[in-house]
Design a protein around this ligand. Structure first.
Ligand SMILES: Cc1ncc(COP(=O)(O)O)c(C=O)c1O
Ligand SMILES: N[C@@H](CCOP(=O)(O)O)C(=O)O
Length: 567
């Protein structure tokens, strides 16, 4: 032991056990040395029983530092040496109040670097493996390869080094993730990158393209729960309150960041492309524009909303509008991306799901790591239901929680290939020609992630439900009139809830989360038509049309008396 020093400094978690913490500490004012020493830091601030751990990476902590270069101080194997800079004396020196503040001439990436928060020593890794549950294989690919399918044509999955992650217990991960919420620290201010170790652990923070997505609200749907489904514990995870108005931002930050990295490494990628029903293209275009990377989007002509169409146009993407449906666009983008060095951004690319899975982790985090009974997700190309499964499953396997919620995947009856397979006991799967649906973003007949979805549902005691067009529009109107502003896909999920409540499969007191996948403002045309009772074959039972009234006092009073039942 060469010395014990009481210091105040800024540090970030590198590794820890229940009663000790290893931090990377680079900023102690007044210290001057270039010695590289393993540090064992015991923090006096802790948040859990017997847990002497500072949980906030940017928190100033009072730390006792025991340095032991010879014996490594009993550190966990992943602990790294830390460079102490500026050692002038070896006495306790308080951090000046301003030293954690950003200098006028630095940006938040520089700030994170100065504070020692950027690219902390990393012992985690991930790779692509074939998605073939239960089948042993040595086939694997680096995340830096451009590959979407296995040799046998199976989907791929991102596999994390679970043994490395398991060196830290559930409490460690819970506290680490909790410590990052609500900050602007690069890149952890993002709900996705706050889980970086579980997403893309090896990417350089400088390559990350993020608009601090995620951290979306999970709200209590009090009136809808009580009045429509007789439930007291109904919640909506609003992934549509997001930069481009849908959950796609969660996956796209990961995918575009990786493309950014590949281009920096010299891979000749011309741009990034996708087929889309409107939300993937919006997210891709925005992230590519933020990074200065060309985006190419294939859209089915006249099948997406105006609000969705204008997004890639405004973001400067190359927009190809095609006289086919989404499945047709998907077939074409797959062909094109094998011919040209254009990186594929659809969820066939398993990188996307690594970002999307963080919404599941967030739900647990928002419930203070209590597991809900049910989570209901609308499904189209079926990547998201697997992403939710994966997020919940990782939390269970790594000890953050002790069980999984039951998953429900909800489809529009006009585009229901998964529902049909479910009814058939998953004996067979047949693609369908998807018919138009108000839930236009899930008008998909040949979902690329069908295998992932079936696996997720089978392993979460899952259920598949479907919703007719009238059910979708009616439930949206019922939800909206109780304070929501739902997109039709959320209507599909709410219909599934309604049906499962009617059959008493979901019980009145079951804690249930409905995932709202897009913002209702993207889908106003059908709402306007519903409330004007202009939709063919739909009775618009809950329409609330505007009242045309003369612009004079007596006409207004007459209407008010009648509508408000006044005498
Ligand atoms: C708004 C919205 N909800 C739900 C989905 C379904 O997600 P997934 O394709 O991952 O099943 C999509 C896209 O497909 C979507 O854009
Ligand atoms: N709803 C999606 C359809 C494509 O899904 P993806 O997750 O495979 O990109 C869209 O908005 O395009």
């Amino acid at each position: 032991m060469i010395g014990t020093t009481l210091l105040r400094g800024v540090g970030t978690d590198v590794a820890g056990t229940r009663d000790s913490l290893v931090q990377r500490v680079t900023h102690f004012e007044g210290l001057k040395t270039n010695a590289r020493l393993p540090l064992h830091i015991k923090c006096k601030k802790g948040r859990r029983r017997g847990d002497m751990r500072a949980t906030n990476p940017s928190l100033r902590v009072e730390a006792t530092i025991e340095t032991n270069p010879g014996l490594n101080g009993g550190l966990p194997p992943s602990a790294k040496t830390v460079t102490l800079e500026s050692v002038a004396n070896n006495s306790a020196t308080p951090l000046s109040p301003n030293s954690a503040k950003r200098h006028a001439d630095e940006n938040i990436r520089d700030e994170a670097r100065r504070q020692g928060l950027a690219n902390p020593p990393n012992t985690f890794s991930a790779k692509y493996v074939p998605f073939c549950p239960g089948i042993e294989t040595d086939e694997e690919y680096s995340i830096d390869e451009v590959v979407y399918r296995s040799k046998s044509g199976a989907l791929l999955d991102v596999q994390h080094d679970m043994a490395a992650l398991k060196k830290f217990d559930g409490a460690y991960w819970r506290d680490l993730f909790d410590s990052r919420v609500g900050k602007t620290t690069w890149p952890y201010g993002s709900g996705v990158w706050s889980k970086k170790e579980w997403v893309l652990p090896e990417i350089d923070d400088d390559d990350i393209v993020s608009v601090f997505e995620g951290n979306s609200n999970l709200f209590w749907a009090e009136r809808f729960g009580k009045e429509i489904v007789g439930m007291s514990d109904l919640w909506v995870k609003h992934c549509g309150i997001s930069h481009t108005g849908s959950f796609k931002d969660l996956g796209m930050t990961v995918l575009v960041s990786q493309v950014n990295r590949l281009r920096r490494l010299g891979k000749p990628l011309l741009g990034v492309g996708c087929a889309s029903t409107g939300d993937t293209s919006a997210a891709l275009s925005a992230y590519c524009a933020a990074a200065g990377i060309p985006a190419i989007v294939f859209l089915p002509a006249n099948r997406i909303s105006i609000a969705q169409l204008v997004q890639p146009i405004a973001n400067g993407a190359l927009v190809l509008s095609m006289d086919t449906d989404f499945d047709g666009c998907m077939r074409l983008i797959k062909e094109v991306t094998t011919e040209l060095p254009i990186y594929l951004a659809n969820s066939l690319n398993s990188l996307r799901l690594e970002g999307q899975k963080t919404a599941a982790i967030e739900i647990l985090q928002q419930f203070d790591w209590e597991v809900p009974d049910w989570v209901i997700v609308p499904g189209g190309n079926l990547g998201n239901i697997y992403a939710f499964y994966k997020g919940f499953q990782m939390c269970k396997e790594l000890g953050l929680v002790d069980k999984m919620p039951r998953l429900v995947c909800a489809q529009a009856a006009n585009a229901n290939p998964l529902y049909r397979a479910y009814i058939d006991g998953y004996e067979s799967f047949k693609p369908v020609t998807a018919l138009p649906t108000f839930a236009s973003a899930i008008q998909i007949g040949d979902p690329v992630s069908i295998d992932r979805a079936i696996y997720a549902l089978q392993n979460s005691d899952g259920i598949v439900e479907e919703a007719s067009e009238e059910e979708i529009m009616d439930v949206c109107a019922q939800a909206d009139s109780r304070g929501m502003f739902t997109c039709p896909h959320t209507g599909v999920a709410l219909t599934a809830l309604l049906k499962l409540r009617k059959r008493n499969i979901i019980k009145p007191s079951d804690r249930t989360v409905v995932v709202s996948t897009a913002h209702g403002l993207k889908f106003t045309q059908s709402k306007v038509a519903y409330h004007s009772s202009e939709l063919p074959d739909i009775s618009s039972r809950f329409a609330n049309p505007p009242v045309q009234v003369g612009a004079d006092f007596s006409s207004v009073m007459e209407v008010l008396k009648q509508k408000l039942s006044l005498q």
